[in-house]
Write a protein that binds this ligand. Structure first.
Ligand SMILES: Cc1cc2nc3c(=O)[nH]c(=O)nc-3n(C[C@H](O)[C@H](O)[C@H](O)COP(=O)(O)OP(=O)(O)OC[C@H]3O[C@@H](n4cnc5c(N)ncnc54)[C@H](O)[C@@H]3O)c2cc1C
Length: 423
């Protein structure tokens, strides 16, 4: 029986859409079908980057990702950030670089990105079936049998692009991993990543809700330094968020899930060492006048943060002039300012996570093509793999790059040989 279609792509998120476009451009004669469980696709693209979609970064390296960096590097080198910029230009979506190094569409609208991708799919004749969750996927002879909510179809090649579990209401509910597992793949433990963190309710965070400032967050595991990142922290009613927290969350969530003694410490002056902070306080104490501790701290911190931190260990500090601080009180204050132990009790979970840590190991994939090492004719891409980037456009770059490799290679493969002969 002839296959219904040449290439079926399960999941029409960023990675699936990219794969469809590159497969169709590689061979316009192939029939290519995108299947997605969601009623309307692209929800995650639309909410990304605060509704502006941070498409990529001006500099993308394997060190911006967690996972097997050797393989990540091999994959990213085949479709780098400059290629993304040129590709988006060809889609009619010019990009602009912001001072943070992040690239956004010039329109400042994520909708432009989604519309541009869908428009190209339509021009290329790619079919799209929404509201079609795929329930089972089996290899039958030289092709695949796809069982979806409304029936079955046969495909010569299948690209799995079902995402992880972050923001499940967009359709990414982890069901793609089950499809991969049934075909012989493994899935490493998965955790929400790039996710806000909850602090003990009795801590002071709620009083600072809405205030953000630059900090360094240091993560220790069993007392040893493990991770350090600098950037903007946002105090919220539940705990902490903002880019630096999202980046640090991945290490905290994984370590906590594994029962490790993980702690998160706040350094309020990212550009000063502990000695420099102490020197600053001593110099201020030697100046004439009777500047109060919170007033001095407010020269470098938001006023409410300054007042809260001044009163944290010894409330009396709030009313104390800097020059009257005892040596011990000054040392305690320096510790508060540079090594404040944040009482993290958990994360906000999958509904607030931007990505998934863990997934199908990259070692089970051929890095030059994203093809499965276990199942001939199968390709796996995007967030469902055990790789995730930090904040800054890296996760979309991963989606475009892996989509490019799988789309091109699946199309080329069909032109070359039947799936059954591949290894
Ligand atoms: C709030 C938020 C903001 C973000 N902002 C950015 C940003 O600015 N820059 C950045 O780089 N990254 C950002 N990310 C991360 C980025 O959006 C993801 O890494 C990326 O979208 C993953 O693409 P994907 O195609 O692999 O998976 P997804 O986008 O999750 O797509 C998977 C698709 O598969 C479908 N699907 C799942 N299971 C099935 C099934 N069984 N059958 C059929 N279809 C199925 C789903 O409906 C979904 O449409 C953000 C994420 C979130 C949640």
């Amino acid at each position: 029986m002839p296959s219904d279609i040449d290439i079926a792509i399960i999941g029409a998120g960023a990675a699936g859409l990219a794969a469809a476009i590159f497969a169709a451009e590689t061979n316009p004669n192939l029939s290519i079908l995108l299947l997605d469980s969601a009623k309307t696709i692209g929800a995650k693209i639309l909410v990304s980057g605060g509704g502006r979609c941070n498409v990529t970064n001006q500099r993308v390296n394997a060190s911006d990702f967690h996972g097997n960096r050797k393989l990540i590097d091999r994959i990213l080198r085949r479709f780098d950030e400059q290629t993304t910029v040129r590709w988006f230009d060809s889609l009619g979506i010019p990009l602009k670089t912001e001072s943070t190094g992040k690239l956004f569409p010039v329109s400042n609208k994520a909708r432009t990105v989604l519309d541009g991708l869908l428009r190209r799919c339509e021009t290329l004749g790619v079919s799209l079936m929404t509201h079609h969750p795929v329930r089972n996927l089996t290899r039958e002879g030289e092709e695949f049998l796809i069982q979806h909510s409304q029936g079955k179809l046969r495909a010569k090649r299948v690209i799995l692009a079902t995402g992880g579990r972050s923001l499940p209401k967009t359709g990414s509910n982890g069901s793609g991993w089950e499809l991969a597992k049934r075909l012989g793949h493994t899935v490493t433990p998965t955790y929400p990543a790039l996710v806000p963190l909850l602090l003990e309710p009795s801590f002071f965070h709620a009083t600072l809700s809405g205030i953000s400032h630059d900090v360094t967050l240091a993560t220790t595991i069993a007392g040893k330094n493990f991770d350090r990142s600098t950037g903007s922290l946002l105090w919220t009613h539940f705990g902490i968020s903002g880019p630096v927290v999202l980046d640090a969350s991945r290490v905290w969530v994984r370590a906590a899930a594994q029962g490790e003694a993980v702690r998160l410490h706040l350094h309020c002056f990212p550009h000063l060492s502990i000695q420099e902070v102490e020197k600053w306080l001593m110099q201020a104490a030697s100046l004439p006048g009777r500047k109060l501790v919170p007033t001095l701290l407010a020269e470098r911190l938001p006023t409410r943060v300054a007042h809260t931190l001044a009163g944290i260990q010894e409330p009396v500090l709030s009313d104390t002039p800097v020059n009257l601080l005892s040596k011990e009180a000054r040392r305690n204050l320096v510790r508060t300012l540079t090594h404040l132990d944040l009482p993290v009790i958990g994360s906000r979970g999958w509904n607030f996570a931007e990505v998934t840590a863990g997934g199908v190991p990259l070692e089970e994939i051929a890095a030059h093509s994203m093809s499965s090492r276990h199942v001939p004719g199968l390709y796996l891409i995007g967030e469902m793999l055990d790789c995730e980037g930090r904040i800054g456009g890296f996760n979309f770059q991963w989606a475009w790059a892996t989509g490019y490799l799988a789309g091109c290679h699946a199309a080329l493969d069909i032109m070359k040989q039947p799936a059954a002969e591949e290894g």
